[in-house]
Write a protein that binds this ligand. Structure first.
Ligand SMILES: C[S@@+](CC[C@H](N)C(=O)[O-])C[C@H]1O[C@@H](n2cnc3c(N)ncnc32)[C@H](O)[C@@H]1O
Length: 233
């Protein structure tokens, strides 16, 4: 679903304001850090977006790979993090030939934009990169039975708690008229039930379970933590 990559490469209005965008990436970084088991860890953020708080994640590990398919976003990541010697920026294609093994892969709020086959290909790439005891954290998975109303509610609760409710309301109104809404209606977002995702991960060679809390601000979406199902040589 390349149209979503183009969308994220455009000057979109998915964040209601600068404060919303900054808070979003702070919360994601905090949650990713919660999954880093050791300061020696090599971490990969798969389709990381703007990753504005990636320096905080890098502080908590030995090396952070930021992988992003959208070329414009990737260009900004390269410029933003050039001074940070712990951060490397990669395209998703480059991950296919990357030689360094990683301890933790986080793929947050990405699977909904992929076809099921694209997600299987990504799982294969990640499976090859993950160390024998490495973990894949798959966040922000939409369930079939939870509709857009919960997304709106989750955003409004997040906004009220952080003082940008007015911006969020304006943002929702403009989103309703935006490319996002059109794409969401036309291309759609991929959804998975809890067991369905656990089975999909099992078919890709992972043993997974659902985490108690989702990454980010939306409690109606799901996060899964996966490991290699079989010990690899
Ligand atoms: C909502 S953003 C999530 C960014 C970041 N992981 C976060 O949690 O804020 C969605 C990301 O998925 C990427 N994306 C969209 N469609 C994709 C596809 N078909 N395959 C891989 N990545 C895709 C976009 O480039 C964007 O970086």
């Amino acid at each position: 679903m390349d149209e979503w990559i183009d969308y994220y490469d455009s000057t979109h209005t998915i964040y209601a304001s600068k404060l919303h965008r900054d808070l979003h990436f702070q919360v994601i970084a905090r949650d990713i850090i919660g999954y880093i088991a050791s300061p020696d860890a090599v971490v990969l953020d798969y389709a990381c977006g703007e990753a504005l708080s990636a320096a905080k994640v890098a502080d908590a590990c030995a090396k952070l790979y930021l992988a992003e398919p959208a070329p414009g976003v990737r260009g900004r990541l390269i410029a933003r993090f050039a001074p940070n010697t712990k951060i490397r920026v990669r395209s998703l294609d480059e991950l296919r030939t990357m030689s360094e093994a990683v301890d933790l892969v986080v793929m947050n709020s990405v699977a909904q934009y992929m076809t099921p086959d694209e997600l299987d290909s990504a799982f294969a790439v990640i499976g090859r990169l993950l160390k024998p005891n490495g973990r894949l954290v798959l966040g922000d998975i939409l369930r079939p039975e939870v509709g857009m109303f919960r997304d709106v509610l989750a955003l409004l609760k997040f906004a009220r708690a952080h003082g940008f409710l007015k911006d969020a309301l304006y943002g929702l109104a403009s989103t309703a008229l935006s490319d996002y809404r059109q794409l969401r209606t036309r291309v759609g977002l991929q959804r998975y039930g809890e067991n369905e995702m656990i089975e999909k991960l099992a078919a890709a060679g992972f043993a997974a379970s659902r985490a108690q809390q989702n990454i980010g601000h939306n409690p109606w979406r799901m996060t899964f933590v996966a490991k290699h199902a079989f010990q690899r040589p």
